[in-house]
Design a protein around this ligand. Structure first.
Ligand SMILES: Nc1ncnc2c1ncn2[C@@H]1O[C@H](COP(=O)(O)OP(=O)(O)OP(=O)(O)O)[C@@H](O)[C@H]1O
Length: 575
């Protein structure tokens, strides 16, 4: 049984040493919109295989510096170099742990990491090698005993280590961590720092930010930022207090806030004068990059993971299964039987039944889509950096959700037919109603995904629900027929998927002929009111609904690509 967070992992000790990445910042300044100059002329040279701690008061620019050093934020002035070159797109040799969790919470830890490994490890890695790697990383981080625990049941410190574990799956040459010890008790925080030191000893270059005083003395080097984003100190931890003529680290914060700057201490690995081959091994990185996982494999892996997450997440499983059952039950008690009977039809009810089927299909799709992306954006951003593509990601959402939506739509039609709320017609009619419902759900699912991608947190997604539903009811053409709307209202109705679903359903069930030829005197006046709403083939509505679905998905794709590109920069809540 391994000791939790043992200082040096025996599992890694047998592996060949890593060539850690050398990181240099040359006169880097960083301006941020709304905050002005955040970093001011920062020059650093972080040697490979060292643990660097970035400290400074709140708002001093630690996170911005971390992101800039990681190559995730281009400097406004100056340059950042990784092994002497501009940082390229992050690959498996790069690790970044932001403040948020970058793994899902629903599944057991081991399974979560196997999925994470599937996306990060080179294409073609055998399943046994993936499992062995996950086992090794869990052991190295003292998490073996928690392998079968759901991530949500881990303690804060364990979850932080689990996020780090996801980053270690590929044996990165450089690992950046944003406040890894925040929220941890002193003992757990110290143990985490020991684990990171051990990783640095094995060759990985590690850079982290912290607010924990004790962390400043536990790395190989400290970079202390002044409130204006200048380097107030860069050097050995042991010389930090002496450089400011104070006795404690706490007093260093006070001295720097008062404008003190230390004479730059330049130990091995920090400072512009460090030799280019400083570090444990000094060998340049291999130019051969491992083959990344292809789009089809990403899609299949994400679909399997998405399905597993849905089944394990009690809230989403309840929404998925519960909302169709509840809505079907409400429809069943709302409408009277026999509204479609040609001998004694009830035209008003037939229109309402079609509208509520359209709205039910819309509502299922929208609610399924709304919580899909916003709740996992930090995970998506991190996996995007590791090579995940947005196309397969969205395709996996459709593959997971559409069959469930089709089932819910079929349930609605079957129950309404069984209770005589729909006409006793043949397969052609029901085929048409089913296609209209599924396309209405698909378009709504795509709209839900778009809203979920656009918001910054799940609470906002919940607020979007009424905002998105209301116009779909008002401008559907069911309560105020399209010919009776104002010009502006009619223009808005064109953009409502519910209008096209309502019209396609009405056309598919033959409302026009029922109203014209049926025995009810109310049929013809209603027909006049609704004009040619149901006079077009259902296929016209299907085309429009499919077009909306594609349009919403393309916009969702664009929003996600933009968010992922800027994502690390804005990853903290509210930014
Ligand atoms: N995306 C952003 N938009 C606007 N301002 C930003 C953004 N990112 C950073 N800033 C601003 O840049 C400054 C430095 O931010 P940064 O997050 O790097 O500080 P920090 O030292 O990490 O702070 P803390 O210790 O409180 O996390 C702050 O004033 C912050 O408000």
């Amino acid at each position: 049984m391994p000791t939790p967070m043992q200082p040096r992992s025996s599992a890694e000790a047998s592996a060949p040493p890593l060539n850690g990445t050398r990181i240099q910042a040359r006169s880097v300044s960083q301006r941020v919109r709304g905050a002005g100059r955040v970093l001011d002329d920062v020059s650093l040279d972080l040697a490979p295989g060292r643990l660097t701690v970035i400290a400074g008061s709140s708002g001093a620019g630690k996170t911005v510096l971390l992101q800039t050093l990681a190559g995730l934020r281009a400097p406004t002035e100056g340059a950042v170099l990784h092994d002497g070159a501009q940082p390229g797109s992050p690959g498996p040799e790069f690790g970044f742990v932001p403040q948020e969790d970058i793994i899902h919470r629903e599944l057991p830890l081991h399974r979560t990491l196997v999925y994470a490994a599937g996306l990060r490890m080179p294409a073609g890695t055998p399943a046994e090698a993936v499992t062995a790697r996950v086992d090794r990383v869990l052991e190295a981080l003292g998490l073996s005993a928690r392998a079968s625990t759901p991530v949500r049941a881990l303690s804060g410190g364990e979850r932080k280590r689990a996020c780090i574990a996801a980053e270690l799956l590929t044996r990165p040459r450089v690992l950046f961590l944003d406040e890894p010890t925040s929220g941890l008790d002193p003992v757990t925080g110290a143990a985490l720092l020991r684990t990171l030191s051990a990783l640095a000893e094995e060759g990985t270059t590690i850079v982290l930010t912290t607010h924990t005083l004790a962390d400043l003395l536990r790395g190989d080097q400290v970079v202390f930022l002044s409130p204006g984003g200048e380097v107030a100190y860069a050097g050995e931890p042991g010389a930090l207090c002496g450089a400011f003529g104070v006795g404690t680290v706490e007093e260093v914060y006070g001295a720097v806030a008062g404008g003190a700057r230390a004479e730059r201490a330049v130990p091995a690995g920090v400072g512009e004068t460090a030799p280019p081959d400083a570090g444990r091994t000094g060998a340049p990185p291999s130019p051969v990059r491992p083959r990344r996982v292809g789009a089809v494999r990403q899609w299949s892996l994400l679909t399997r993971r998405g399905t597993a997450l849905l089944l394990h997440n009690r809230l989403s499983a309840a929404v998925l299964a519960g909302s169709p059952v509840m809505i079907v039950a409400m429809f069943a008690v709302l409408f009277r039987a026999g509204a479609f009977d040609p001998a004694a039809p009830d035209p008003g009810s037939t229109a309402m039944i079609m509208f509520w089927i359209a709205f039910g299909a819309f509502f299922f799709g929208l609610t399924y889509g709304l919580l899909q992306i916003c709740a996992e954006l930090p995970v998506l951003r991190r996996e995007w950096l590791a090579g995940l593509r947005i196309g397969p990601y969205l395709a996996s959402k459709l593959t997971t959700m559409l069959p469930v939506l089709a089932l819910a739509d079929a349930l609605l039609l079957v129950v309404l037919r069984a209770l005589d709320r729909l006409p006793a017609t043949g397969w052609t009619t029901y085929g048409s109603l089913f296609v209209s419902s599924v396309l209405a759900s698909a378009a709504a699912l795509a709209l839900g995904l778009l809203a979920s991608a656009a918001v910054t947190e799940p609470a906002q997604a919940t607020l979007m629900l009424p905002l998105l539903c209301f116009p779909q009811v008002l401008f559907s053409g069911a309560f105020v027929p399209v010919p009776r709307m104002t010009g502006a209202g009619e223009a808005i109705s064109w953009a409502m998927t519910n209008r096209w679903a309502f019209e396609a359903l009405g056309s598919g069930v033959g409302l026009e002929s029922l109203w014209r030829a049926g025995a009810s005197p109310l049929g013809r006046p209603l027909l006049e009111s609704y004009g040619d709403s149901f006079g077009h083939p259902a296929a016209r509505g299907w085309l429009v609904l499919a077009g909306f679905a594609v349009l919403f998905l393309v916009v969702t794709w664009a929003v996600l690509v933009r968010k992922c590109r800027e994502g690390v920069v804005r990853s903290r809540a509210g930014r």
